[in-house]
Design a protein around this ligand. Structure first.
Ligand code: KIV
Length: 263
């Protein structure tokens, strides 16, 4: 069984094959998702909401993420392990490098950071030290209070252009992957065309290279409000592993996301 690497994601992009990504927080479900063929597992700071019950990702600490990274790293075999840098890891470059170092020691193979064009210096320094970076643009949940809620981003022309420019700038600085959250389909396509690295989407439509969802959403576990881009893949399946497999196949066959999941 061949492990998924950054190179595999680049090959998928080159071949026009979509790859599947899913959040994971513990060894058992990571093993299950890995066996189901999920290509990338993300230890997301969404754990603050789905595991800890907070209203946002802001209370999540580096220690929380390190703990869950170790758990997931023990469970997975084939999937690539991406891990979130928590709120304020980007306070300065020294902090960013130290925090990313701890995540890599815990088992991360790719770190994800929220921000915009101003993150270029941090991304350059991480990349220089051999740490591959995914830049998370669009709806960045760590800025929820500044954004005024979990809202679709890039609807206005100027804002859309700013996101395209930021993606280009961060890839020039070394970002190996771009993740776009909650942006209109057209904007996601523009970003995908503007950069040469794999682009992962969540609520960004079908025209990107990979799709990601929060594991609890794939299993239909939510607190009442179901965002438009989410689909319950457990429905009609006999097991959690079958649900993960159904999600991975729907992504690979470009059946998910459909028009009803897209802005
Ligand atoms: O923390 C997380 O789960 C994420 C995904 C929503 C992409 O960042």
């Amino acid at each position: 069984m061949k492990s998924v690497t950054l190179h595999s994601l680049r090959d998928c992009r080159a071949r026009g094959e979509a790859f599947s990504c899913l959040t994971a927080y513990d060894a058992t479900l990571a093993r299950c998702a890995d066996s189901a063929g999920i290509d990338v597992l993300l230890v997301g700071d969404s754990l603050g909401m789905v595991l800890q019950g907070h209203a946002s990702t802001l209370p999540v600490t580096l220690e929380d993420i390190v703990y869950h990274t170790r758990c997931v790293a023990r469970g997975k075999q084939r999937s690539l392990l991406m891990v979130d840098l928590p709120f304020m890891s980007n306070a300065d470059t020294g902090q960013l490098l130290r925090d990313a170092g701890q995540l890599m020691r815990a088992g991360a193979e790719l770190v994800k950071i929220e921000g915009e064009a101003w993150m270029a210096d941090g991304i350059r320094e991480l990349t220089r030290r051999g740490v591959p970076v995914c830049a998370h643009l669009g709806l960045t949940p760590q800025s929820v209070h500044q954004l005024g809620g979990f809202k679709v981003q890039g609807k206005a022309d100027a804002e859309a252009q700013r996101i395209v420019d930021a993606a280009r700038h961060l890839v020039d600085a070394g970002a190996a992957v771009i993740l776009l959250e909650c942006v209109p389909r057209d904007l996601a396509r523009r970003v995908r065309d503007a950069v040469e690295v794999p682009v992962i989407g969540i609520g960004a439509g079908p025209d990107v290279d990979g799709q990601i969802l929060v594991m609890h959403d794939v299993l239909g576990l939510n607190s009442g409000y179901v965002p438009r881009f989410v689909k319950n893949f457990l429905h009609g399946q006999e097991s959690i592993e079958a649900a993960f497999r159904a999600y991975a196949e729907a992504v690979h066959q470009r059946q998910f996301p459909a028009a009803e999941h897209t802005f």
